[in-house]
Write a protein that binds this ligand. Structure first.
Ligand code: CTP
Ligand code: MG
Length: 240
């Protein structure tokens, strides 16, 4: 896939989780939604940005061949490596493969297969921010609910000012050397990649996220995604 930007961009897709909370009986990335798996939808969204040279997918360690077959129709641009026992390890393995396959990449995205419905413009905004010089970029949403702080006996101790709070989505974008340095210094398990970059003392910037970039965690989330897809087809350009 060709890309117009000056920087070569690779995307890592952690897809090695089992999907225990979804409980579909197959790895979550392979669960179909209206006939197409979360993984195919997530990878196609990345490719449809028109800005990504290569995708490396971390597959469930027991199912790399199944994942390869699943991605075959998308062409030779996606590579598959067996993932690890937690997300951090899966990203680490995919990053190593990406560095091997595209050694001159300047930017790297990390995008959960579970956020399969992320609109293409969000992906493009993240890449443009890295191309514009940001070292680390995350898509975010304001917090809709009132947020309370509680003590160990669940009594409310404060109402948190949410005007400065954001929830974080993927893809997260990085200068490759920034993500590499963060992973070199990382401990065992981190919940998000930008958190590792923060720990390393680098600035993390934000772009607007989108409700459709929700993480599919439970059967409820899957039902929402199916309903949104069926009822509200997004414009052709925005389709993952
Ligand atoms: N992931 C991964 N390797 C792991 C665990 C998770 O690549 N060892 C990926 C998942 O496939 C998913 C993303 O990280 O795309 C976010 O994880 P999560 O939503 O927690 O997915 P699962 O771990 O599969 O779900 P659960 O925690 O319910 O088992
Ligand atoms: Mg998990």
């Amino acid at each position: 896939m060709s890309a117009p930007g000056s920087m070569r961009v690779v995307a890592l897709v952690p897809a090695a989780g089992s999907g225990r909370r979804l409980g579909a009986g197959v790895p979550k990335a392979l669960v179909p939604v209206l006939g197409e798996s979360l993984l195919v939808r997530a990878v196609r969204g990345l490719l449809n940005s028109g800005m990504i040279h290569h995708v490396v997918v971390a597959a469930p360690p027991e199912a790399p061949e199944e994942v390869r077959a699943e991605l075959n129709p998308l062409g030779p641009v996606a590579r598959v490596v067996p993932g690890g026992s937690d997300r951090t390890e899966s990203v680490r393995l995919a990053l190593a493969e990406a560095e091997r396959v595209v050694p001159d990449a300047g930017a790297v995205l990390v995008h959960d297969a579970a956020r399969a419905f992320t609109p293409v413009p969000v992906i493009q905004d993240v890449i443009r921010a890295v191309e514009g010089g940001a070292r680390a970029v995350v898509p975010v949403l304001p917090v809709a609910d009132t947020v309370k702080q509680v003590d160990s006996s669940q009594r409310v101790t404060a109402t948190v000012d949410r005007s400065h709070l954001r929830t974080v989505q993927t893809p997260q974008g990085f200068a490759v050397d920034t993500l590499r340095a963060a992973y070199d210094n990382a401990g065992d398990a981190a919940t998000d990649d930008a958190g590792l970059v923060e720990q390393a003392g680098e600035t993390v910037t934000t772009v607007p996220g989108h409700a459709h970039a929700l993480k599919i965690t439970t059967a409820f989330d899957l039902a929402i995604a199916e309903t949104v897809l069926a009822a509200e087809p997004v414009p052709e350009d925005d389709l993952p």
